[in-house]
Design a protein around this ligand. Structure first.
Ligand code: HEM
Length: 466
């Protein structure tokens, strides 16, 4: 918490937060989500042989698949996180970011980085690294951008006196880790190491992107927004520190669980397995802490939409990590590796957890920024239910499919047999994806109408607290 013991008056919100910038980040994030979902749908259609644009090389599904994942990670998640950080860090530290002009510069530069990545990939210039497909000439720019982000946000945190709230612990760690993770994953396998060493680094990179970039930012934000919306402190400050240090200790060791049964030395594979299982225990402490905080206010999950987004994400988080501790065992891995189980798992964590949290944050912040209530609360509900329902169907469908594919391969059936059995599951995925996509469109429409409402200065139907 910020130290205000010098009794100086609290700075005004408008001096701390550049609301227009926060809003621009959210609009950019949703635009990339739109592009990513189009890519996902195209790829899903391709897998059942219904691709409507199959003859165009520039739009070939293999390239769109990379746009799908890159636009989500660097377009949606990074933009939405950056927007939210511009709200949370100044309010928590009671100090503005180092330089608001720098913030706008970073915003513009980041859009150039993400758009160039998508264009570069479509032109066939992808770098041959999973999740590091950003063309090599963009990597130094992206890394410089991450450095500037860290400097801009660390300045107000560094000027604080007194104890730091756990949110800021997570943020500080994320700024340093994201920079290091990006540097390691994009440069080491490209220029310095090769063979199974490059594989080991690649595994670390994939997992650290989730564990050391999105996870600390996501949980840091939950520690800020949940107590604020429930109007009570977090259940246990001690447990929140156990969660933070547990993550810091166990997460960086896990990456190699992506490459079990490979020529990477077995002691590294076993280490990754043990730390993956260990992190599930840490996750349990975090979940207990948040459900302890909710205790006595359970109805908020029904009545308060952002809280519902947050807690849905937490349940998915717990399930994803639980899944992880099973799928990391060698026995289970032999069955599900390369199957759609993994794709189901990936959607559960990326959409079910972090995107849900960020949509909850947008649902909470956008009316505060625009000064009017949402144009339609019912459309907000539709956004939630279409996203949640679509995701639940997609994830259950793919996770169920995985073992069937695995058994088919283990039984040495012809490859075609596994394709045939997958077909109805892949068709189901298209409809589930369409539901999620419709949820986003509903959100976009509601946002447009809320903008219009704000512009026409119609008094808010419901008062929006500052
Ligand atoms: C319109 C909804 C969506 C559809 C139809 C869809 C479909 C797909 C398809 C077909 C793949 C490739 C699977 C394969 O290669 O076998 C994929 C991969 C992936 N998608 Fe989506 N997706 C959608 C939305 C999302 C969203 C919203 C996110 C994240 C927030 C996401 C994250 C991912 C990730 C991380 C992968 C890579 C999985 C892996 O490599 O294991 N998708 N998606």
């Amino acid at each position: 918490m910020a130290d205000t013991s010098d009794a100086s008056p609290l700075p005004a919100h408008r001096d701390l937060v550049d609301e227009r910038l926060v809003l621009w980040y959210f609009v950019a994030a949703c635009s990339y989500m739109f592009a990513s979902m189009l890519g996902g749908l195209l790829m899903a259609l391709q897998l059942v042989n219904w691709n409507p644009i199959s003859e165009i090389e520039l739009l070939s599904p293999g390239r769109w698949r990379m746009v799908h994942t890159n636009a989500i990670a660097y377009g949606f998640l990074a933009n939405a996180f950056l927007g939210t950080l511009h709200w949370v860090v100044p309010r928590l530290t009671l100090r503005p970011v180092l330089d608001k002009r720098l913030s706008w510069f970073i915003f513009a530069a980041w859009q150039v980085v993400v758009t160039s990545t998508a264009v570069g990939i479509l032109l066939g210039e992808a770098q041959g690294l999973e999740w590091g497909e950003t063309p090599v000439w963009i990597d130094p720019l992206a890394l410089a951008g991450l450095l500037l982000v860290a400097i801009n946000f660390m300045a107000p945190i560094a000027r604080m006196k007194g104890a730091l709230y756990v949110t800021l612990w997570y943020f500080m760690a994320a700024f340093v880790w994201t920079f290091l993770t990006y540097a390691m994953g994009n440069f080491m396998p490209q220029y310095f190491v090769s063979g199974s060493s490059a594989g080991a680094v690649g595994g670390l990179f994939i997992h650290d992107l989730v564990g050391l970039f999105v996870t600390p930012l996501g949980w840091g934000l939950m520690y800020y927004f949940v107590p604020l919306l429930l109007k009570k402190p977090i259940w246990s400050h001690g447990l929140s520190l156990v969660g933070f240090w547990g993550l810091a200790f166990f997460y960086p060791l896990q990456g190699i669980h992506h490459f079990l049964y490979t020529p990477i030395p077995m002691f590294l594979q076993y280490g990754a397995i043990i730390s993956t299982i260990a992190v599930e225990l840490v996750v349990t402490t975090v979940i207990v802490n948040f459900f302890g905080t909710l205790w006595g206010n359970g109805r908020a999950v029904v009545t308060n939409l952002p809280i519902r987004w947050f807690y849905t994400g937490m349940v998915f988080y717990f399930l994803t990590c639980l899944q992880c501790s099973f799928q990391t065992t060698l026995t289970f891995q032999a069955l599900i590796h390369f199957t759609d189980w993994v794709v189901g798992h990936a959607h559960m964590v990326m959409f079910g957890v972090f995107s849900m949290w960020l949509f909850g944050i947008m649902t909470h912040l956008i009316p505060r920024i625009l000064g009017v209530a949402w144009y339609s609360r019912r459309l907000c509900e539709w956004h939630y239910w279409l996203s949640f329902g679509g995701l639940l169907v997609m994830v259950s469908d793919l996770i169920l499919l995985g073992p069937f594919q695995g058994w088919s391969w283990a039984g040495l059936q012809m490859w075609d047999a596994s394709i045939e059995l997958s077909y109805p599951f892949w068709v189901t995925r298209i409809f589930a994806g369409l539901a999620m996509f419709s949820g986003l469109l509903v959100f976009g429409w509601n946002l447009k109408k809320t903008f219009e409402l704000a512009r026409s200065n119609v008094p808010a139907a419901v008062a929006v607290p500052a």
